[in-house]
Design a protein. Structure first.
Length: 501
């Protein structure tokens, strides 16, 4: 008797390592989104020190993820899926918590950076237009008394819709856009990072260190730990290269090179840019997010044509972050739905073989953030709770997998020293989470408060509730608090290490 077999659609293997590197070019935009706040709180030297520490840690983290990504080459969704695989032997709740925590950390980037772009465009070309509550000014109209809707919000919503369109029509469309925007990104990076040292505009007197001047209970240590926690969402974002592991043509080689190149490039940017830009433009311009005037002062020009070009390039850097956030967040939800940890609808690919439903949900939620939440950076700070926890579970998962599945195929196998390194980094994530989430609204510029904390915790609870709904309602099963895990994969995926045309 013939048996019909229905095969699930899989993501297409169309990417090379340099595509992953381009996807990770979102990170300089992430840095710029938080740089002004950090310089205002920490001073130029203090900000540069902590950004550098965060970026160096990211290199170690990315190295660890290269082994995990090639252990599970068929799993889309990145570090949250690795955390689930490692922890489900002990508890199945880590999967939804890690995934929704990881997703919200990426997702909020859309609304935050969309509003940044809106403010840049307004200040450059439409200074007479209403700014809305985001800029502390009146908008075109009030949204239920919660926010004032102005030009930056309108631009942000338009960009959120735009990057959604770039991604729902296939991976290659979004990556191609990333290449175009990435070329434009190199112009402001050169002006901010290199030119101040070449043309003599760099002045070390512009750099100060506020870590020693804190009036907090723990002094500068508390301020430093809170900011190191806040910086994780940005500096550690190079993990995005692991999310696309199933889509690389040569899973092993491309994953390794993408993770390594992205981490090393970001480390250079995160160390050099704060020093050079603050030293060349001055702390006042950087802390006030007057990036275009700051670059003009480095160039020594006040030409409107130059200002327009710099603004366009700066906008491109932020749009890259939004493009990457859409692609990465959608894949995180897609991967966990495929593993039975959240509602089935998020685990479907559209006809272009991308997770269109998950990315559409991302788009709708971020438009709601723009419309109804006034302090978007506060929400971003609160969402860091889940993002850092996802890293904590993935890094500790590396240790568990080394112990529980010693013979599992590891096309990239790191030395034994990496097991204690992963354990130390997991503890580091725990320390940052306790201190950062506990005091971020008082120890770092007052970004957010109780409402934002409720949102951060609420997202994780929603993830758990959707897990219960999937098991009880959609799968009609009892909830499995723990699951048996295999010591070896049932089949060795053909994609593991083999180039696919």
């Amino acid at each position: 008797m013939a048996t019909a077999v229905v095969q699930e659609q899989q993501l297409l293997k169309t990417l090379r390592w340099y595509d992953g590197f381009v996807i990770a070019l979102a990170n300089p935009g992430f840095l710029l989104a938080s740089l002004g706040f950090s310089v205002g709180d920490l001073g130029g030297w203090g900000a540069a020190l902590l950004w550098g520490i965060s970026a160096i840690v990211a290199v170690f983290i990315n190295t660890i993820y290269s082994e995990l990504a090639t252990m599970f080459p068929e799993k889309s969704g990145g570090i949250a899926l690795y955390a689930h695989e490692a922890w489900r032997k002990y508890t199945t709740l880590v999967g939804p918590v890690a995934t929704f925590g990881y997703w919200i950390g990426w997702s909020v980037v859309l609304s935050v950076n969309g509003l940044f772009v809106g403010s840049i465009i307004q200040s450059t070309w439409f200074s007479g237009e209403p700014g809305g509550s985001y800029l502390g000014a009146e908008g075109y109209f009030s949204v239920f008394g919660l926010t004032d809707f102005g030009l930056p919000a309108a631009i942000a919503i338009g960009l959120i819709l735009g990057v959604w369109l770039f991604n729902v029509f296939g991976t290659r469309v979004g990556v191609t856009f990333g290449y175009i925007a990435g070329v434009l990104l190199m112009i402001p990076l050169f002006v901010m990072m290199i030119l101040p040292f070449l043309n003599g505009s760099f002045d070390s007197a512009n750099l100060t260190n506020n870590l020693n001047n804190s009036g907090l209970a723990w002094g500068g240590l508390q301020l430093a730990l809170v900011w190191l926690w806040l910086m994780c969402w940005s500096a550690w974002g190079v993990d995005v290269c692991a999310t696309f592991a199933p889509e690389y043509k040569d899973t092993v080689r491309d994953t390794k090179l993408a993770l390594r190149s992205a981490a090393l490039f970001s480390m250079v940017v995160y160390i050099m840019l704060p020093i050079a830009f603050v030293g060349g433009a001055g702390a006042e311009d950087v802390a006030g997010y007057a990036y275009v005037p700051g670059m003009e002062s480095i160039l020594g020009t006040s030409s409107s044509l130059v200002a327009d070009l710099l603004a366009i390039c700066l906008v491109a850097s932020f749009v890259i972050t939004m493009n990457t956030a859409t692609a990465d967040g959608g894949r995180a939800l897609f991967g966990i739905a495929r593993d039975g940890m959240t509602i089935r609808q998020l685990g479907k690919l559209n006809k272009y073989r991308v997770p269109g439903t998950a990315m559409t949900m991302d788009m709708v939620i971020n438009i709601c953030f723009v419309l109804f939440i006034g302090n978007i950076f506060g929400v971003l700070a609160a969402s860091n709770l889940g993002y850092v926890m996802a890293h904590m579970f993935a890094l500790s998962g590396f240790v568990l997998l080394r112990r529980d599945r010693p013979n599992w195929p590891r096309p990239i196998k790191l030395g034994a020293i990496w097991t204690p390194i992963a354990g130390i980094l997991a503890v580091w994530c725990l320390i940052l989470t306790i201190v950062g989430f506990g005091w971020f609204q008082t120890a770092a510029g007052g970004y957010g408060g109780t409402k934002e904390k409720v949102i951060g915790v609420g997202v994780l609870l929603i993830g758990v509730l959707l897990f219960f709904f999937r098991r009880l309602v959609q799968d009609k099963e009892k909830i499995h608090w723990r699951e048996d895990t295999p010591l070896m994969p049932e089949t060795t995926p053909a994609s593991a290490g083999a180039p696919v045309a």
